[in-house]
Design a protein around this ligand. Structure first.
Ligand code: ACO
Length: 325
């Protein structure tokens, strides 16, 4: 039994922050940000909004799109890197917000590749006959771990959530192939040094800014393209397909230059690439499900088309999933 996507949803916080707004916080310019990243604006949570609220909104939209109710969900997987609380994570809050009662849930942390990992894992669980309907939510509140004095990172990120409900599919439907990979040697390219069990939070760690995300931007940049290229080719091989069979490519929305370089290396048609980072910036684990949901809702991606979702992120993790919609 295969697994197919039967409904998607997404949520972006109401508040938007433009590049121009950021020039009032750090020394930067709209021109620099657009030229180096392609980002123009991003959505950010207000102080009184909880990250899990975004996951709940995206999950509800996915259930509506599938025409199913919370009782139909057998398992919830919440992919996020910065949960509402280190313990118990975000999944129980998303579960209760969705009214999933005593359904099992877990939280999956795999950098910005979390949603791609989540689809591969959920697809495998359905394929094995363990669950019928699995809701995979990708949500991220990067604004809560961003150093708003660091212009090298604060211009890059946005908040948001996306979700996909998976259910049983027939032959040649749904998830056709996947490749998930890791490169632990690159773990420190993107990390948050304090607040975990290795370096618990203390006055000293807070004074040193250890609770903010640190990124070695050029190292991430150099790794991202070969990682997504490898994963895309491997996932297509697993699906016994080639790039000429692919209708749409949805890469992780981190930087337009990374996406353009990937598309050149794959010799893929740039008009068949879903890009929304100009409006939403890098929403980490949420980036792919938000882009997928938008492209389905506006009718760009239609039933029967083959889509490749590919991501890279902290860990370092990377991966790709090939799906027939
Ligand atoms: N505004 C103006 N100038 C800036 C800014 C800014 N916001 N940020 C950096 N600069 C300056 C730097 O200080 C540097 O100045 P210097 O030469 O005087 O030292 C100069 O611009 C060039 O900086 P670089 O870091 O070399 O710029 P680069 O072209 O590499 O672009 C960027 C930086 C956009 C971060 C790029 O490296 C990148 O996109 N990397 C990948 C990031 C990424 O994908 N991260 C997320 C992956 S994981 C996840 O999604 C959570």
């Amino acid at each position: 039994m295969g697994a197919r996507i039967i409904g998607t949803g997404s949520y972006l916080p109401e508040k938007t922050v433009t590049n121009e707004d950021l020039t009032r916080i750090v020394e930067t310019s709209d021109e620099w940000i657009v030229k180096r990243t392609g980002i123009r604006t991003r959505h950010l949570l207000e102080r009184d909004e909880a990250p899990a609220d975004m996951g709940v909104a995206a999950g509800k939209a996915a259930l509506r799109a599938a025409g199913l109710s919370p009782e139909d969900v057998d398992l919830l997987v919440v992919a996020t890197n910065f949960p509402d609380m280190i313990c118990p994570g975000s999944a129980p809050f998303v579960s209760s917000g969705l009214g999933l009662d005593e359904r099992p849930f877990f939280y999956l942390k795999a950098g910005c590749s979390g949603f791609v990992y989540g689809l591969a894992v959920a697809g495998g669980l359905i394929d094995a006959g363990l669950y019928r309907h699995v809701l995979v939510v990708g949500m991220e509140a990067l604004s809560r771990v961003t150093d708003w004095d660091d212009r090298k990172t604060c211009v890059l990120f946005g908040d948001g959530a996306g979700a996909a409900l998976l259910g049983p599919g027939g032959d040649g439907e749904g998830i056709l192939g996947s490749s998930i990979r890791g490169d632990a040697g690159k773990a420190m390219l993107l990390h948050l040094p304090a607040g975990g069990t290795r370096t618990p939070a203390s006055h000293e760690t807070v004074d040193a800014g250890g609770h903010y995300l640190k990124m070695e931007g050029s190292g991430v940049y150099r790794s991202a393209v070969p990682m997504m290229e490898t994963a895309t080719r491997e996932a297509l091989a697993a699906a016994s397909l080639t790039l000429s069979d692919v209708d749409w490519l949805i890469p992780h929305q981190a930087n337009i230059r990374i996406i353009e370089s990937l598309v050149r290396r794959l010799k893929f048609d740039p008009n068949r690439v879903v890009v929304n980072l100009d409006r939403v910036a890098n929403t980490s684990t949420a980036s792919i499900p938000i882009a997928l949901d938008e492209a389905l809702r506006d009718g760009r991606i239609t039933s029967g088309e083959v889509v490749v979702l590919t991501a890279f992120g902290a860990g370092a993790t990377y991966g790709a999933v090939v799906v027939r919609i």
